[in-house]
Design a protein around this ligand. Structure first.
Ligand SMILES: [Zn+2]
Length: 109
């Protein structure tokens, strides 16, 4: 898979996950202010855009990591993500998609 195609897929996942958060806030405005502890990154995050995968409740950022990881076969189950992202973040997964980090240092913005 070439870099451009990879970027297109990543961007479409980001849009979907962003949309989830916006939909949640629209349907349930208080979800933007309610916190919970994410089972993946361990941080206190807002409820909006969070998602439950089997036994785990993931924040919006971790949903993005999970969906990206699934899309590129980096993980096969959510347990893999919980184990592998104990200290890591989306940047690690993201950077691993590109062989040349210099050209992809900040392609999202
Ligand atoms: Zn999280």
């Amino acid at each position: 898979m070439n870099k451009e195609k990879t970027l297109v897929i990543v961007e479409s996942i980001q849009q979907t996950v962003d949309q989830m958060r916006m939909d949640d806030i629209e349907e349930l405005p208080e979800s933007a202010f309610e916190d919970f502890q994410c089972d993946c990154c361990g941080n206190e995050k807002i409820l909006a855009g969070s998602l439950v995968y089997s036994d785990y409740h993931l924040c919006n950022e971790c949903v993005l990591t999970a969906e990206t990881s699934f899309a590129f076969n980096k993980i096969s189950t959510i347990d893999d993500l919980i184990k592998s992202t104990k200290d890591k973040r989306f940047e690690n997964v993201y950077n691993s998609l590109f062989e040349n980090k210099n050209n992809a240092s900040n392609p999202i913005n």
